[in-house]
Design a protein around this ligand. Structure first.
Ligand code: 26Q
Length: 837
């Protein structure tokens, strides 16, 4: 399983050392290398991290240039992935692994007195995303480069990524993320690719010589988009692609008139106003907040990206004319990562019509061949709807185009299928007419479905629900448009790089490059009952748990035993993900232990990592509750360390990389039908954690792969949830009929967990009872608790557990994001790979 890329020849350890020291002394300025320096101090480590990254970047940039040359010479089709979010994490260790330079760099740094792993920790996470959707984009870029496809990721160069989190008396506190504070060695600024973006202003109808009229838009303001490219290094491939992130600046920084009149501060006003557009990532996931700035962010991003796509096409193939339509769509695919970049459709249409003199039909046909859309959620509150009024004010020309798209769609396509049917027109229209006191809104998802040639969900059950529940009429109209591409994760970051011990074992067992051919791990199935192999596998899990134990101690002060079951729930905090179901069960366990201190129970540590959107009150209440319950339980000597609860602060990609290799149990307990796919479920199972979960999202496909003996399934199914919704869910029934549920919920009303503050945790009880809890926590409590009991018993049978853990690692091959990408290629993008050999 040797990595056969060509870097070995291009960079030996002597040269690497020279380059690192060169960057230390020259690029980074006056860093003392010969005198005595303190190699333990953070500043020194940061400098060496920086120098190592810069040295590596020379190799990467060269490969990037070669890739671009090769891709353009081959005239291959490319995909442009449009996403408002990329959760990249750290880049150094990943780039080293993908280039097969990790070991030699480790040696070089050792000779300089440093641990490479230690230096990697100095890098900031690129947290330009919220959660699943942003991390998926990052995994997809890794796979596209690994498989030698021509791909460009487009995104926003946020000055501040997702907020940092710490706890004050159990409450979440947010502080700004400053990822570029100490420099950012990976980015390449491309001023020559700057774009000017008009917005606001007014439109007028200008009469033409032939008697028709043309719409003319006079913008009121112009923004400047400056791109920064981050190289995306393929694993063991010849390709380095780019992630192009747009930074917003003022068209002209300075108002000289104001300056000369002595108004120095106001002279900078435009600059300040423009720069806020790419200032900060919106921290809400699964909730579409309707702020104007977010709308402008989306437009700015779409306009920069679409113009850049056209510019690159023209640079390679010449003028874009209507005669080139077929050709353009044979060379360019644009994928919309959820509806956040929907305006790209309108911007492409506007450019073709207004700047490239396309006729309507030519423009529309082209757009429909180019765009495809991925849906990531069914939650109504996450579906984007922007007020027509806002469109009218910020993007008046785009709105006229949107109206025309809608008219043509309703009058031609809808009318052909359902003649004179106003109900169908209302249901399918891009405009939500609102009615009674409600303003008119643009349904972004409808525009996406209408303009795209393919629409995909992200796991089979989710895609089925997209067809049956979200877009049933669209599915009738275009039965082949809606499809499924089950998500995946990159095994490079999520096994090879994050779990070196297990990787080494797999290297010795599997005679193939499993980090590329992940299905090869199924060969391990033969060894699932082999006592020797079980011992090695579980020994590694134990070592990873020891490492996490130290991390837990360092971050929280809590002592846990690496011999206990490490039960992990790591994901954004949301009611539908049901961290509070986990909490309720922990409280029940605690209560059982207090009632019967001799109760048979294998020690279990419940580990949480989660950020709550700053405006999501109940999510923050749940964080507070978990922290308070943890305080009480961890300090209660009566239960003899059988139960521990740890909430690790500031959950992020780099922390996930430490938790996942040490997990025994993976909590995936969303209400059935609510989690589109989940991807953390895949990462944990790949690293040998056994899932306890509902039949939701990709859990269903994980169960299919590992078999029902190697997963703990609990809770209602999608159909049962639907039935409960139809018959009326009554949580108070569960409260009154289940003594344990009642006792645990009532406990939250007392001041037991919050001494002196009775009622501090009551909002959680309220949310589960009053108003009927759409997430049906109490309905699934007993089933979940039973599954936890089985799991606890199963763990005590060492052989049985080892077998389950091994089979989970062995049977995750399907969830390689390379497979997801090949599905997109075959069903949606139709690209061919281009490699050096
Ligand atoms: C929309 C408008 C305004 C402000 C914010 C948003 C917004 C931002 C992020 C809405 C939603 C998101 C994020 C959604 C998300 O992460 N979805 C997850 O996508 C994963 C990848 O497909 C799935 O595995 C998860 O199941 C899904 O929850």
């Amino acid at each position: 399983n040797s990595n056969t890329s060509s870097n070995k020849n291009t960079l030996d350890s002597a040269m690497l050392k020279v380059r690192i020291e060169h960057h230390l002394s020259h690029t980074l300025g006056d860093i003392i290398i010969n005198n005595v320096i303190d190699k333990q101090c953070t500043e020194t480590k940061k400098a060496y991290w920086h120098a190592t990254s810069l040295a590596l970047n020379e190799v990467i940039t060269e490969k990037l240039n070669q890739s671009q040359l090769r891709q353009s010479q081959s005239a291959c089709k490319s995909v442009n992935y449009l996403s408002l979010e990329y959760l990249m994490g750290r880049l150094l260790s990943n780039n080293l692994h993908n280039l097969d330079l990790y070991t030699i760099t480790e040696k070089v740094l050792k000779s300089l007195g440093f641990e490479l792993a230690d230096l990697c920790e100095q890098g900031a996470d690129l947290a330009l995303g919220n959660g699943g959707l942003g991390r998926l984009a990052a995994c997809f870029l890794d796979s596209l480069a690994t498989l030698d496809y021509n791909a460009m990721g487009y995104g926003i160069h946020y000055q501040h990524g997702l907020f940092k989190q710490h706890f004050a008396d159990g409450h979440q506190v947010e502080t700004p993320d400053m990822w570029r504070e100490f420099g950012s060695p990976w980015e390449i600024c491309r001023p020559e690719s700057t774009q000017l973006i008009p917005l606001y202003g007014h439109i007028e109808e200008v009469p033409q010589a032939d008697g028709s009229t043309e719409t003319k838009w006079t913008a009121g303001k112009t923004l400047k988009g400056v791109p920064y490219d981050i190289p995306i290094v393929g694993y063991n491939s010849s390709t380095v692609n780019a992630l192009r992130l747009w930074q917003c600046r003022a068209d002209s920084a300075f108002d000289w008139d104001k300056f000369n009149n002595g108004d120095y501060l106001m002279a900078l006003e435009q600059q300040v106003h423009a720069e806020i557009v790419s200032k900060v990532l919106y921290p809400n996931d699964e909730h579409a907040a309707g702020q104007e700035l977010r709308f402008i962010q989306q437009y700015f991003f779409c306009a920069c990206s679409v113009r850049d796509i056209i510019k690159r096409y023209q640079a390679q193939y010449g003028a874009l004319t209507p005669a080139q339509s077929e050709h353009f769509s044979s060379k360019v695919a644009i994928q919309l990562n959820d509806t956040h970049p929907t305006i790209a459709i309108l911007e492409l249409m506007r450019l073709l019509l207004d700047e490239f003199q396309f006729q309507w039909q030519d423009a529309w046909q082209l757009a429909r061949k180019v765009f495809a859309y991925t849906n990531h959620t069914l939650l109504p509150e996450a579906l984007e709807k922007w007020p027509v009024k806002l469109f009218e004010r910020v993007l008046p020309r785009h709105l006229t185009i949107l109206y025309r798209i809608n008219e043509a769609f309703l009058n031609e396509e809808v009318n052909a299928m359902w003649p004179n049917n106003d109900n169908m027109r209302r249901a399918l229209s891009i405009i939500d007419e609102g009615g009674e006191g409600n303003e008119r809104k643009v349904r972004m998802a409808h525009l996406c479905v209408i303009a795209s040639h393919k629409v995909n969900g992200v796991a089979q059950v989710h895609s089925d629900l997209v067809k049956s529940d979200l877009f049933p009429e669209f599915n009738q109209l275009w039965p082949k448009k809606l499809t499924n591409v089950t998500n995946g994760i990159t095994p490079r970051r999520w096994l090879k790089a994050c779990n070196p011990l297990l990787s080494a074992l797999l290297d010795s067992e599997i005679n193939a490059d499993w980090a590329k051919e992940l299905t090869q791990l199924s060969l391990l199935s033969n060894k699932a009952d082999n006592a020797d192999f079980q011992q090695q596998f579980m020994q590694i899990k134990h070592q990873n748990k020891v490492a996490l134990t130290k991390e837990i101690k360092a971050l929280t002060g809590i002592t846990v035993s690496p011999d206990a079951i490490f039960d992990v729930q790591i994901k954004r905090l949301h009611e539908y993900k049901r961290q509070h179901l986990n909490l309720l069960h922990i409280i029940a366990l605690y209560r059982r232990l207090l009632a019967d201190p001799a109760m048979e129970m294998y020690p279990q540590v419940f580990i949480f990592g989660a950020k709550a959107a700053p405006g999501y009150k109940l999510a923050k209440d749940i964080i507070f509750a978990i922290n308070k319950v943890a305080d009480k339980i961890n300090n209660d000597t009566r239960i003899h360390d059988k139960l521990k609860v740890v909430f690790l602060p500031n959950y992020r990609v780099s922390l996930a990389e430490k938790i996942i290799p040490a997990a025994d149990v993976s909590e995936q307990i969303s209400t059935a039908g609510k989690e589109a796919s989940g991807t953390g479920n895949m990462k944990l199972a790949l690293n040998g954690a056994v899932t306890i979960g509902t039949l939701d999202g990709a859990n269903i496909e994980i169960a299919e792969e590992v078999g029902n003996d190697n997963i703990f399934i609990c809770g209602l199914t999608v159909d049962e949830v639907k039935a409960l919704d139809q018959n009326g869910y009554n949580p108070t029934d569960y409260y009154h009929n289940n003594e344990e549920i009642k006792a645990c919920l009532d406990w939250l009303d007392s001041d037991y967990f919050t001494p002196g503050h009775a009622g501090a945790l009551s909002p959680i009880k309220e949310s589960l009872l009053a108003g009927g809890d759409p997430y049906k926590v109490l309905a699934d409590f007993q089933s979940y608790s039973d599954a936890q009991n089985k799991l606890n018993v199963a763990y005590q049978d060492k052989k049985r557990w080892a077998r389950m853990a091994i089979l989970n690692t062995a049977l995750m091959g399907k969830f390689n994001s390379d497979r997801s990408i090949e599905d997109y290629i075959a069903n949606i993008w139709q690209l061919t790979p281009v490699s050096a050999n």
